[in-house]
Design a protein around this ligand. Structure first.
Ligand SMILES: Cc1cc2nc3c(=O)[nH]c(=O)nc-3n(C[C@H](O)[C@H](O)[C@H](O)COP(=O)(O)OP(=O)(O)OC[C@H]3O[C@@H](n4cnc5c(N)ncnc54)[C@H](O)[C@@H]3O)c2cc1C
Length: 273
């Protein structure tokens, strides 16, 4: 049994060590560089998968886009968002916005999976690391705009400060949420309501249909706590909610709750940091 992990940066190679340890096998890594498009990348990866029983990547929008195509090329099934390994073919994964933990068995070989790193701790290094610059596929990336400046990547950040609909507009979101995130050296996140209203860019969406985060500290400001949002943050170590409604559902899941107007609480918090 041997695992090949597909990584989009070197931090993911370390996270793969935890997944390999849970599987009980050694692993090699392919680190993808450049700005590949999923279909060309899947084709380029296909020959590298030979001889591996498992091919996996850290769960992200990007990896799911890629691994689903790779599974198709390999005529394999794909298991997404694995949070625990029961056996080499049996895995646990959340369903229905995290309210159910399903045990799934894949009967295909190789096993193609994405995993949430929060569930897997380990420090084993990769046996072999290959760098891959993907060939062009049927689609070509014309340009890519990365917003959020030098802030850490949401999925990897130790601190995430997220804001919801009450932030009102993009300038206010950046000043209030971005300002606190910068002060704490963290990433900024947003609800889908904030994204849909044009308050925050799409790539900042956290939740069931956005990014899954697992920081040490998650600050949710002006966020009601919908099941879809909570599905993306439940692996956070400490959830702090700031909401002016004492009956907001987020207080049921938060470790610390502050009933306050975020426009007063955040500047005050910032002034004390
Ligand atoms: C299929 C599907 C997928 C979805 N996926 C996602 C997802 O991935 N991520 C996601 O986030 N949502 C997702 N949603 C949307 C989700 O259901 C909610 O609509 C959304 O999360 C609500 O965002 P919100 O908390 O910003 O807004 P609201 O629900 O409007 O809540 C705003 C909160 O802010 C509080 N508030 C208002 N003013 C202040 C103030 N000044 N200070 C402090 N608190 C204040 C209010 O009391 C309220 O609790 C999805 C929905 C569907 C149907």
């Amino acid at each position: 049994m041997r695992l090949l992990t597909v990584c989009f940066d070197t931090a993911e190679v370390a996270q793969a060590g935890g997944f390999a340890a849970a599987l009980g096998c050694e692993f090699d890594a392919v680190v993808v560089s450049g700005h590949p498009v999923a279909d060309g990348l899947a084709e380029a990866l296909r020959p590298l998968t030979e001889g591996y029983t498992h091919i996996a990547a850290v769960s992200s929008m990007k990896s799911k886009d890629l691994m689903a195509r790779l599974a198709g090329l390999l005529d394999a099934a794909m298991v997404t968002d694995v949070v625990a390994v029961t056996s080499p073919s049996v895995f646990q994964r959340p369903m229905v916005a995290g309210s159910i933990l399903a045990t799934v068995e894949t009967l295909c070989s190789p096993v193609v999976a994405t995993f949430r790193p929060a569930g897997f701790k380990g420090s084993a290094g990769a046996g072999k690391t290959t760098e891959l610059v993907a060939a062009a596929g049927r689609a070509t990336l014309v340009s890519e705009t990365v917003r959020g400046g030098s802030r850490p990547d949401l999925s990897q950040a130790k601190v995430v400060v997220s804001g919801g609909r009450p932030l009102g507009d993009a300038e206010t979101f950046e000043r209030v949420i971005g300002g606190l995130a910068d002060k704490l050296g963290g990433a900024a996140g947003a609800t889908r309501a904030a994204v849909d209203s044009g308050i925050a860019p799409n790539e900042l969406q956290v939740g069931q249909t956005g990014k899954i985060v697992a920081p040490d500290l998650y600050i949710a400001a002006g966020i009601s706590g919908s099941t879809q949002h909570m599905a993306g943050i439940k692996d956070s170590k400490l959830i702090v909610a700031i909401n002016k409604d004492p009956d907001a559902p987020i207080f049921e899941s938060a470790d610390l709750g502050l009933v306050a107007d975020l426009f007063e609480a955040i500047p005050e918090l910032q002034s004390k940091l």
